[in-house]
Design a protein around this ligand. Sequence first.
Ligand code: SF4
Ligand code: SF4
Length: 271
Amino acid sequence: MKKIAFTGGKGGTGKSTIAILNAIELLKEKKRIILCDCDVECPNDYLLLDQKLKKAEQNIYAEYPKLDKSKCTLCGKCQKACRSNAIFQAPGQFPVFIKELCSSCGVCWNVCPQKAIQPEKEKIGEIFVNKVKKNFWLITGVVRPGVEETGPAVAKTKKFALSFAKKQKVDFILFDTAAGTHCPVIAALIGSDLAMAVTEPTPMGAHDLKLVLELCQKLKIPFKVILNQSDLGDKSKILEIVKEFKTKIEKEIPYSKKIVELYSKGSLLDY
Ligand code: SF4
Ligand code: SF4
C-alpha cells in the first residue's frame, strides 16, 4: 500500500482538488483507494465529492490534565515542564491548566511527584467513513469547534484510516493535509511514502512551498511539486525554489473553468 500526502504550505492552492483528481485517475487504473481528509478543523473533501457525514464510525478523544488539589504541593514542576505554555501558576497558587493550549502530551501528569494530576478523557471529534464508489472510500476526521491543538486528532484519524486500509486491502491511501507547516500538518505527513506539494505561481505560494519542502526534508519524506493554475501568474519564484531543492515541477496544471465549475457544484467525481 502506497501512502501519498497532498500538502503545500499555502491554503487555497487546490490540494484537495488535486488529491481527488489523483484518486479518480487511480480508480480508472482499477486501484483500490482511500482518501483520508486530515484537515480536521475544516474538512472539505466530502463536500467536493457530494457526500454527507452522517453517523460517526469512531469518536476522537483527547486527555486533559485534572488537578487533585489535596495532593498538590505547589512545587511548580508541571508548569516548568509544559512546552505548550498550557499551565499557568502564580506564586503560591495552584497550577491552572489552559485547555486551549494543551496538546495532551501527558508530560505534566508524568512529572508531578505527588501524582496530583490525572488525565481526563474528553471527546473532541469524530471520524466518518463514506463509501464514495466501488473501491473508493473517504475517511474524514472532524474536531469540534474550539479545539486548538488538532495534531492528536489528525494522528488518530490517520491511525483509523491505516487500519481500515489494511482491512480493505487498498492499493493507495491519499492523505489530504491542512495548509501550513504546523503540528496537524506534521502529523498528517509523518509516515508517508511521498509528499505531493501543491502550489500556485504567486509570491505567497512560493514562500509557503519553500517552508513545506524544508519540512519534508526534515521528516525525510521524498517530495514532488505540482504547480496548479500554472498559467495564471509568474512562476519564476517557484522555479527558483525547485532548483534550490534540486527537484523539478512534476506537473503543471493550467486553469480550468471545468474544474472550477465541478468544484463549486461538489461534483468533482464527474471530471
Ligand atoms: S507538579 Fe504536581 S505537585 Fe507540583 S505544582 Fe504541579 S500538580 Fe502540584
Ligand atoms: S498535557 Fe502536556 S501540553 Fe497539556 S498541560 Fe500537560 S504538559 Fe502541558
